[in-house]
Design a protein around this ligand. Structure first.
Ligand code: NDP
Length: 236
């Protein structure tokens, strides 16, 4: 039986984050989620946090540490989209998405690294997207933020790799959640045509990969980009 770990998932009240929290719970770990609204799954501790605010992230970690012990596994999952074409994209459209998806992940990883360095053990998982490396019209802000996570994970790997800490990127393709339900049907149909697997995926399919890369069997994997995209991004 693998050791039970303390796990924190950001944005664990719905979608992929919630499925990730459920997967870690199923495996017997101590699980906390951050949420701005609502609650995580039964059995998880829910703490309030907005990843655009370092103070809020710090308070959330302190709450989790007090209740469940030092965070050993962190999944930076919270993310947003604000899609529009480059010509129409405002500065605010760009910076707000980068502030949540990229700087938010930085704030979370930085706070997590404190305890991980002390413990000489840690698993950092960033939830990126196939479009980070593949590109996507209308998502200049989002794709830039998701590509940035690759450089972040690889730099963390080079800084902290010798201290028992891994940092990896999981890059989902099209997963059925509120985020993708919001896309126009024509766009969904177009995506479907380009996915070799011929289908969209469920959040649980991402969750199982995240749990695996954060688990004991993946201790020698770091700085990797692991696609969960039905072949959409092959080679990107
Ligand atoms: P959802 O829109 O269903 O959920 C997004 C989550 O992020 C919510 O829990 C939300 O909290 C949280 N969140 C957003 N902004 C903040 C913030 N400032 N501070 C804290 N939490 C925040 O998205 P998904 O589950 O689909 O996506 C989860 C991750 O997976 C994202 O990073 C997304 O980019 C990525 N992804 C999703 C894909 C898909 O096909 N669905 C494909 C590739 C990547 P609240 O409920 O409070 O708003």
């Amino acid at each position: 039986m693998p050791e039970a770990r303390t796990v924190l998932v950001t944005g664990g009240n719905r979608g992929i984050g919630r499925a990730i929290a459920e997967e870690f719970l199923r495996a017997g770990h101590r699980v906390a989620v951050t949420a701005r609204s609502g609650e995580g799954p039964d059995g998880a501790l829910t703490v309030r946090a907005d990843v655009t605010d370092a103070g809020s992230v710090d308070r959330a970690f302190a709450e989790v540490e007090a209740a469940l012990g030092p965070v050993e596994v962190v999944v930076a999952n919270a993310g947003v989209t604000k899609d529009t074409l480059l010509m129409r994209m405002s500065d605010e459209d760009f910076t707000s998405v980068v502030d949540t998806n990229l700087a938010g992940a930085f704030r979370v990883a930085k706070r997590a690294s404190k305890g991980m360095l002390k413990a000489r053990f840690g698993r950092i998982v960033f939830i990126s997207s196939v479009v980070g490396l593949y590109g996507s019209p209308g998502q200049v802000n989002y794709a830039a933020s998701k590509a940035g996570l690759v450089g972040m994970a690889r730099s963390i790997t080079r800084e902290l790799g010798a201290r028992g800490i891994t940092a990896n990127v999981v890059a989902p393709g099209f997963i059925r959640t509120d985020m993708t339900d919001a896309l126009p049907e024509a766009q969904q149909a177009e995506y479907l045509r380009s996915i070799p697997a011929g289908r969209f995926a469920e959040p649980s399919e991402v969750a199982r990969v995240v749990a695996w890369v954060a688990g004991d069997d993946a201790g020698y994997i770091s700085g990797a980009v692991i696609p969960v995209d039905g072949g959409l991004g092959m080679g990107h």
